[in-house]
Ligand binder design. Structure first.
Ligand SMILES: CC(=O)SCCNC(=O)CCNC(=O)[C@H](O)C(C)(C)COP(=O)(O)OP(=O)(O)OC[C@H]1O[C@@H](n2cnc3c(N)ncnc32)[C@H](O)[C@@H]1OP(=O)(O)O
Ligand SMILES: N[C@@H](CCO)C(=O)O
Length: 385
């Protein structure tokens, strides 16, 4: 088994100092819950779904202080450090005294179904005990919201104070608001539009093909041998270029050669050294290979391709026209993947006057991750005032 993936998933057991005292779960430590079978929007079925999740803080007696944080494509439920010894991907936004204040809110983050960080995904065992691999069904973000609603039920959360996410996490947040409007008071949709566009689908297809064309992919049934690492790394390179702005890449790397390498002086193609930016992308690809499963990458990329909040609801405007949810829409100024204009189109489809907040960042799409404090300040003035 050579699956490269996954933060370890720890089932946490507590020993209370006083046995009868209420048990408070550790913050930022992964737990799992079985939420049952899931009939899928596109026709398939998962006979049993496990969701990995983390929580921070304490749920109020009336259950009104719960906030759902939705991760992006290769994220995990580990949004904030909490009691763990590992940084979270939104530490600047979530924590004691932060905008999403874990002394005030009960914060929940769920690893998406189809992922590889503890939730049921292609590397999980199918009913016959073998990994799902090529047999894993096609899932949509609507399926993900349906599974997550079951977990919310189990946690005793009828209505989220807010659902917040960026990129694929923003698409998941929007799906929650459209599918369960009575269960979402406020919704933050960051760095994503109302549906995937032709260009986003096109870039995504290049990534999934990079994996599928790796000889080690073997139609997705590779868990008993080498994983399709070169395909996954190439997919990440393609994606990462779209996550960063042209200006950032130019300012950072321009035409510089990687240390000790010669991109120009070579007798043959095989000997050519790399430009710095090539080495940087190689590094990003290698890093993802160490923590992510290629089949999950395909499953989630294709789920994101399917993103269209208006599908089967009469279009985007009809889907959101009567929404009682209070929305926060934000875009990264330099995002060349999820263009700010697409956030503006989404905002215009919402009832009332919904502004688009701009995250100032030179780096592009990944600004929703790197500018967590700035995003926190915007959310503090709006949904979390
Ligand atoms: C464990 C988990 O589950 S994590 C899941 C949550 N994470 C996510 O959701 C997002 C995944 N992460 C990312 O997308 C990105 O890492 C971000 C957006 C968070 C970070 O972006 P930035 O801080 O701007 O990092 P940046 O793009 O500059 O990359 C820095 C890395 O490139 C490396 N690098 C820079 N120049 C070069 C070069 N010329 N050659 C090779 N490597 C280079 C740096 O050494 C650094 O390496 P490290 O990350 O191993 O320390
Ligand atoms: N860097 C982010 C970008 C996708 O929005 C991720 O890997 O999830």
């Amino acid at each position: 088994m050579t699956i490269a993936a996954s933060r370890p998933v720890t089932a946490v057991r507590h020993t209370a100092a006083v046995p009868s005292a209420p048990v408070r779960e550790l913050d930022g430590v992964t737990r799992t819950a079985v939420v049952g079978p899931l009939a899928l929007e596109a026709g398939g079925k998962l006979p049993e779904v496990t969701l990995a999740y983390e929580t921070w803080g304490t749920l109020d007696a009336d259950g009104g202080n719960a906030v759902l944080i939705q991760h992006a494509l290769t994220g995990s439920a580990h949004a904030a450090r909490g009691d763990s010894d590992e940084d979270g991907w939104w530490d600047g936004l979530i924590g004691p005294g932060r905008t999403i204040d874990t002394d005030r809110f009960f914060v929940v983050s769920i690893n998406i179904v189809g992922g590889c960080n503890g939730s049921t995904g292609p590397a999980s065992p199918a009913p016959d005990g073998r990994p799902w691999g090529s047999r894993f069904p096609f899932i949509t973000l609507r399926d993900a919201a349906a599974a997550e609603a079951r977990l919310a039920d189990r946690l005793g959360i009828r209505q989220w104070f807010a659902v917040v996410g960026g990129s694929m996490g923003g698409a998941r947040a929007l799906e929650w608001a459209a599918t369960f409007p009575e269960r979402v008071r406020k919704c933050a949709v960051i760095a994503v539009g109302a549906h995937s566009t032709a260009e986003q689908i096109a870039l995504a297809q290049a990534q999934t093909l990079a994996i599928r064309q790796d000889p080690d992919f073997r139609d997705g049934d590779y868990y008993d041998g080498a994983a399709p690492e070169s395909g996954l790394a190439l997919a990440r390179r393609i994606a990462h270029i779209s996550y960063r702005s042209e200006a950032e890449l130019e300012a950072r790397f321009s035409r510089k050669a990687q240390d000790g390498e010669q991109p120009l002086n070579a007798a043959s193609l095989a000997e050519r050294g790399r430009y710095q930016v090539e080495s940087y992308l190689d590094h990003q690809g290698a890093k993802l290979v160490r923590r992510f499963d290629a089949n999950s990458y395909i499953a989630l990329t294709e789920a994101l391709m399917s993103h269209d909040v208006g599908r089967g609801r009469g279009g985007v405007e009809a889907a959101l026209a009567d929404s009682p949810v209070e929305f926060f829409i934000a875009a990264v100024e330099t995002d060349r993947l999820y263009l700010p204009v697409q956030s503006a189109v989404l905002a215009a489809a919402l009832p009332g006057e919904v502004p688009v907040h701009h995250i100032a960042s030179a780096i592009g799409h990944d600004g929703f991750l790197t500018e967590a404090e700035q995003l926190g300040a915007l959310l503090k003035r709006t949904l979390f005032s």
